[in-house]
Write a new protein. Sequence first.
Lengths: 646, 483
Amino acid sequence: MMFILIVFLPGIAALIAGLYGRLLGDRPAQLITSFAVTLSAILSIVAFFQITGTDEVERIQVLHWISSGGLDFSWAILVDPLTAVMFVVVNGVSALVHWYSIGYMSHDPHKPRFFAYLSLFTFAMLMLVSADNFVQLFFGWEGVGLASYLLIGFWFDKPAANAAAIKAFLVNRIGDFGFALGIMAIFLVFNSVDYATVFEKAPDVAGTSIGFLGMELDTLTVITFLLFIGAMGKSAQIFLHTWLPDAMEGPTPVSALIHAATMVTAGVFLVARTSPLFELAPITLGFVTVVGAVTALFAGTVALAQNDIKRVIAYSTCSQLGYMFFAAGLSAYSVAIFHLFTHAFFKALLFLGAGSVIHAMSDEQDMRRMGGLFSLMPLTGTMMWIGSISLAGIGISGVFGFSGFYSKDLILEVAWASDAFGANLAYWVGLAVALLTALYSGRLLFMTFHGKARASQSAMAHAHEAPLSMNIPNMVLTLGAVLAGIFAVHGFTESEEFWGDSLFMLEESVAILEAAHHLPFWVKMIPVLAGLLGLLLAWYFYIRRPDLPAKIAEANRPLYQFLLNKWYFDEIYEALLVRPMKLLGYALWRIGDGRIIDGFGPDGFAALVMGLARRSAALQSGFLYHYAFAMLIGVAVLVSWFLFFG
Amino acid sequence: MPQAPVPDILPALPEIWLAVAAMLLLMVGAFRGNASTRMVSWLAVVAVAIAFVLVLSGSKETGTTFAGMFVVDSFSTFAKELILVGTAATLVMSMDYIRREGMERFEFPVLILLATIGMMMMVSANDLISLYVGIELQSLALYVIAAFKRDTLKSTEAGLKYFVLGALSSGMLLYGASLIYGFTGSTNFEAIGALYTQAGQEPSIGLIVGLVFLISGLAFKVSAVPFHMWTPDVYEGASTPATAFFAIAPKVAAMTLLVRVLIAPFFGAVDDWQQIITLIAILSMGYGAFAALRQANIKRLMAYSSIGHMGFALVGLAAGTEQGVQSVLIYLLIYLVMNIGAFAAILTMRVKGQMVEGIDDLAGLGRNNPMLALVLAILFFSLAGIPPLAGFFGKFYVFLAAIDAQLYTLAVLGVLSSVVGAYYYLRIIKVMYFDEPAESFERPIGREMTLILGASTLFTAFFVVFPGPFLAWTQQAAAALLP
């Protein structure tokens, strides 16, 4: 019952707020959704302690969903430790974002709709993580995609928001296409889409091959590769990442919930969930590692040059997702999920803090027109600092560290200890990105909160600390950003029984994870040093010598432009894909549809019919003798018909 | 065969009653002048109602009288009931109109009564002679009714055209009848039919030619292509109640007569006449659909509409089966009701004391008079054959009969022309609901009109709920006709 409530409370709240929001009014719609999700979050924590660390797996049949030939599966809620962790992340962040949004959206005229979407998203995300088969997973997958689309385009009168929403949808379509193909391949190979059956049979399938696109390939490699394409789309990995920065056109709480803490991590969750398949497909794992590492580096460099506060955080998210993926690629699924868990706290905090800043600055998002805000909003400033330090992974091994320290260090340690394909690359890239992370985080903090105020007098006079309703959720998240790591690190990554049977690792992978815990102190401290160095550099560039960044940018103009323009991904896609497709579409529309189909079809027929009509009507001349003639001809024709053919 | 000195007049009682009533009303009118027109009209309605009761209460058995020239059976009973309903509705609809338009002369209802007697004789005809007499009685009255608005050029032109072409068609009919008599030696339907079944051989070509001429003459009356040419001009030129009358009762009479002539005496020649009927059915459906597309005058449009509808009814006849005959009768029933409603609506199109007939005048009716627009929309959707309205079922049954008789081409062409035809009905609905409003029509439209419109719309809309009794009724009528 509890699990059913966890999943369906947000769904019911979304229905009520969505369908009856106008009737209920703003305040009831907000309270219904917020309380529903909060209740769900509290229950999630209860479920977390009940499920993790035991072998207990709850499977609750909701309904027998589809039965068609060999395709037969139910709608069921599966709660194992992995799901329980995701429940806490999703519902926890969602509840806080709901409460935060009450303050943040106080000037918006469409509040019930916003809250209905938020709850709808939560419901879909819960569906995704509690699925017990691939089709249900796909349902949730598409559900969060829809909610993301709706929320990015929430301000429908903003053209940029609409464009971003469509872009997110389209780019995700590419990933989802791969994902759907993967599910079909699974059904083809295993004749089932239930996790239990598929995972049980996976070892038997390992080593067999399957015909795909005319090539004979390893079955599990194909399947996991296709699934990973889906994960890349949803989790904004390189090549399919272009939608995430644009998604920042949506309201900031949406960015915090969907585009930082929960939805974009669905790809990581997918890889962890299907670890029994990935574990047996080393080629795909290598690919995952490389993609993760490249994404981490790419996004980290781009984040350095962005001026929009939300975009910096968005690229940071992209980069951190890269971390999670290369951890998963190195078979350290528990570490990947651990980073997902801690990341949810500090990244949601950073977004909500940025939201408070934007709110305070009357919707100004450009950091070049901020600065010196710390004295005006000390609480937000402090919390942003804590979030950033957590993100930068500062701490002392064995003593205390912020949340990010534990998860990020562990990822790098795994990379150090592993000798799997790409592990070396991952380690060095990871280390470099740790520096970059601290650098851009510091840059964000210094440009926003310190130094000279660059905003106009009136804007500064207007700036104020966020209201309590927005700060309380941030405080909770701050607490998480500080403490989540130290409290969870043992359970998530060291305990034998924490995950039960929900994650699958081969013997050697377990050994690597084990080895990663027993590295010398100096190895564990290298990333921290990189982080500190990054923060120091940021301080030097943006406080001590604020003239320096411009000079460096001027000196390395091509590089700066390259980063500022996000490695020109959008431009390349525009030229290579969007424009040719638009041309093709235009041609098909004008020539194919307009001239050929309409010309010979509806329009042509209509013209023909009208012509016939004109001629038929013209027969009616009004002359009596014409009429009599017609009658006589008629008789003559009929009689001759019988005389000659009858 | 021993002949009773005085023929049995009971089977013809309704006709005799109407004839007497018509004479009496003529007397009333002659003595009390045109001021009595309204009263004469109402009395005519009463006379029609009494005739209706007489028809209903008549013998259910098939019986002939007047030396076998006059037959009464379920088929003729059904047809007469339709005709009488149509007549009564026309009389009621016309009263206000003829007063407003200054053509309030007592002859109008009397002429309608006389035409009705002719039609009833047509459907009871059991002999080529009585067939001709019935047709001429009907036609002569109709010629006058067409030209009744004698002070307008259009009306007199309509009457004259109808008269001249009608005479031509009568000539064809008579010529055909004489050929048939010449080749069979009888004018009686039963005798001709018996010859066919006895001989059991191919009919002679002379008989076929006679049949072609006979069909041509009757096709003129149902305005089937290519004998339809009079229809648009006469519909447009005649006064609107006259047009309504033309479109309603005589069509039913002529079509049932055609069915009887082809089924009763010539059932043996079904393979021959099936070709003719199929051809004129296709031509009528097609022409009715295409020629109407560009019409701007609603009466002219209704003329093409009736040409098309007669084509659809002929599809059922072309099947040449009991099911086919039944489908024709259902079609006629539904056609009658829809047209009564449509013409009642057209008769309410009055702006500032002037009747208007343009389709454009209906613009914005949906806003000006939503109730009337709704009624018209239902009727026109039904005429177009949109389910679940009655018009759909009319078409459904005739196409079903055609398919059962393996006339696939005919059925497909019928459906296609029904698609084309749907355009002009839908265009009217579009004009009513989506165009900028024109001048609104005068209101109120009168209690009688409301009643007629309401009743016909309800029937059209809810036929789907209670088709049972009508199906049973037409089934019985069709069974009476087939040997």
